[in-house]
Design a protein around this ligand. Structure first.
Ligand code: URA
Length: 261
């Protein structure tokens, strides 16, 4: 192969999302893959949710996610349930599960979108450049990782940091919902449009959602949580002028923290 052809092949791989070597030895996934199984019958409880035969595996995965997440009684159980869950294809391309960071007893929980390359390598949310900005934002209001708890809508990295698909989000949603129930924070902060839209179940954009308190409810929470959406740190890195609004949002959070347990 000529150097130009090798470079073109590398560029193509990066565009497809294979943007970092995971081990020294290549693995031929075509050889490793087993022949496709015949489609499994859909369990009766999910039949009503399957819109078409193409939607059936997603409905099945959502149902299985909801059932397994509901069984978790502790964060450790939820983490091991997630680690054993095979219903989301992102697990196969990610290096590892990224569950959470910070203090599970904190009064404030942050939820972002999905791990990036650094998080995928280290197994913790927000440890890359956006995490560094998040740490600075926390310090604006006297917080740090010992006084907050952090997780993401998706626990696995989408290849090449592409946006998560609606199916991936729907399949992983029961886990983050259960995660929030088990932490049961006094307040919930949603970082960016994906977290806000997913948890609030709305199609409104982050510009309209941010900066005001809304109620976040779920079946297993004893009461609705005050929830606030703000800009995602990765967006602030691209649009630093918006930090002024993010600063306002964080002051709103600081004031709220004075009034909660
Ligand atoms: N962006 C996120 O939304 N979450 C992370 O953990 C890292 C970057």
């Amino acid at each position: 192969m000529t150097p130009d052809a090798a470079l073109a092949a590398l560029r193509w791989l990066a565009e497809m999302g294979a943007d970092e070597p995971i081990s020294e030895t290549p693995v031929d996934r075509f050889l490793a893959s087993t022949p496709r199984e015949a489609p499994r019958p859909i369990p009766p409880a999910s039949v009503g949710r399957a819109i078409s035969s193409a939607g059936a595996p997603r409905a099945e995965a959502e149902l299985s996610a909801r059932e397994s997440a509901a069984k978790a009684r502790t964060l450790a159980e939820l983490e091991s349930t997630l680690a054993g869950f095979d219903g989301c294809a992102l697990k196969a391309t990610a290096t590892r599960l990224v569950f959470a960071d910070g203090n599970p007893k904190a009064r404030i929980m942050f939820v972002g979108e999905a791990p990036g390359a650094d998080e995928d390598r280290q197994g913790k949310p927000f440890v890359g450049v956006s995490g560094q900005l998040l740490d600075r934002m926390l310090s604006w209001i006297g917080l740090d990782r010992s006084t907050v708890y952090i997780s993401n809508i998706l626990p696995w990295r989408p290849p090449g940091n592409r946006a998560p698909t609606p199916a991936e989000i729907a399949i992983c949603l029961p886990f983050i919902e259960r995660h929030i129930e088990l932490v049961d924070p006094a307040i919930l902060i949603m970082l960016g449009g994906t977290a806000a839209k997913t948890l609030l179940g709305t199609a409104e954009g982050i510009n309209r959602l941010r900066g005001r308190w809304m109620d976040y409810s779920s079946q297993g929470l004893p009461r609705p949580l005050p929830a606030l959406a703000t800009f995602h740190p990765a967006y602030l890195l691209r649009q630093p002028a918006q930090k002024r609004d993010a600063w306002r949002d964080f002051l709103t959070v600081k004031n709220k923290l004075k009034t909660v347990l």
